[in-house]
Design a protein around this ligand. Structure first.
Ligand code: F6P
Length: 324
């Protein structure tokens, strides 16, 4: 392997820059020519591929977002798009590709690798933490910290006004952010996509709280919950339980930004370093991930299909016990 390209794709996640830095510098350290692809797969198609040197990644380890930009690229799903991407890589003799992203990114990488024999290595980069094969995905830790900072602020005003707040957090189909932020912010209840919590159950929890002198309450609603987002749930609850003045906050995209936590900087560095080393060993179609504080590989196929229920059972139980 002589030339390796790196790209970020799908939703940006804090720690991606630390990972890009590690990929580029590990490659250069090993005598590889490194390339950065702008805007994910879109950049491969539109030939937005630039050489990178050790200085191209100076002073980025602490930055959120991704210096390579990112996109959700529909054209890459077509045979024509993929063929164009391949031609552009071939013209530069690029024989290895590191993709940093989530399940959509890996689905594209798998097809691309299989079709054209490009050596592909995946790094799990998504705030959702929804890939099999890594206990934590890049950006998840920072996102939870961002979320709890916001919830702490909301608690101040909820408590001052004796209000009930419904706070919606991201995670698409995964309740990981919701569960951890609920535990770490001391939320009264959490609604997760993976778990049935009936409206009756929620209302009875809130009633018990009110009858035991809780003057305010916070309910975290994961965006993928079956009863809808925070607005819908708040409306349904309000129709039957009107003890508190009720407010709704959607945290939205602020959860994806910000300077990465130390955990995500180290995780990005470790996984970027490992991704290049795996390519140099001749491995392909794998994802590097963290399992039990060791970097391990999982086939991309498995990372995509063995997904998901990642919610720790003790945390689930604690959401009920610790919020009485
Ligand atoms: O996958 C990361 C994520 O932030 C999800 O939590 C969320 O559902 C989705 O991306 C939002 O995507 P977009 O930024 O394209 O609206």
């Amino acid at each position: 392997i002589k030339n390796i390209a790196v790209l970020t794709s799908g939703g940006d996640a804090p720690g991606m820059n630390a990972c890009i830095r590690a990929v580029v510098r590990t490659g250069i350290y090993n005598g590889i020519n490194m390339f950065g692809v702008l805007q994910g797969y879109q950049g491969l198609i539109s030939n937005n591929i630039n050489p990178m040197d050790a200085r191209s990644v100076s002073n980025i380890i602490h930055l959120g977002g991704t210096i390579l930009k990112t996109a959700r690229c529909l054209e890459f799903k077509t045979d024509e798009g993929m063929a164009l991407a391949y031609e552009n890589m071939k013209a530069r003799d690029i024989d290895g590709l590191v993709v940093i992203g989530g399940d959509g990114t890996f689905t594209g990488a798998k097809r691309f690798g299989e079709k054209f024999g490009i050596r592909v290595m995946g790094v799990p980069g998504t705030i959702d933490n929804d890939l099999y094969g890594s206990d934590f995905t890049l950006g998840y830790d920072t996102a939870i910290n961002t979320v709890i900072e916001a919830i702490d602020k909301i608690r101040d005003t909820a408590d001052s006004h004796d209000r009930l707040f419904f706070i919606e957090v991201m995670g698409r189909d995964s309740g990981c952010i919701a569960l951890r932020s609920a535990i770490s912010s001391g939320a009264e209840a959490v609604l997760l996509p993976e778990k049935e919590t009936s409206l009756n159950e929620l209302i009875s929890m809130l009633e018990t709280g009110a009858s035991t002198k809780k003057t305010s309450s916070i309910v975290i609603v994961s965006e993928g919950h079956k009863d809808g987002g925070a607005y819908e749930v708040a409306k349904k609850v309000k129709e039957r339980f009107n003890h508190y003045d009720t407010k709704v906050t959607i945290l939205g995209h602020l959860q994806r930004g910000g300077s990465p936590s130390s955990f995500d900087r180290i995780l990005g560095s470790r996984l970027g370093f490992a991704a290049v080393n795996e390519l140099l060993k001749g491995n392909t179609m794998e994802m590097v991930g963290l399992r039990g504080n060791e970097v391990k590989t999982t086939s991309i196929e498995e990372a995509l299909t063995r997904h998901t229920f990642k919610l720790e059972s003790d945390l689930l139980e604690m959401t009920k016990v610790l919020s009485i």
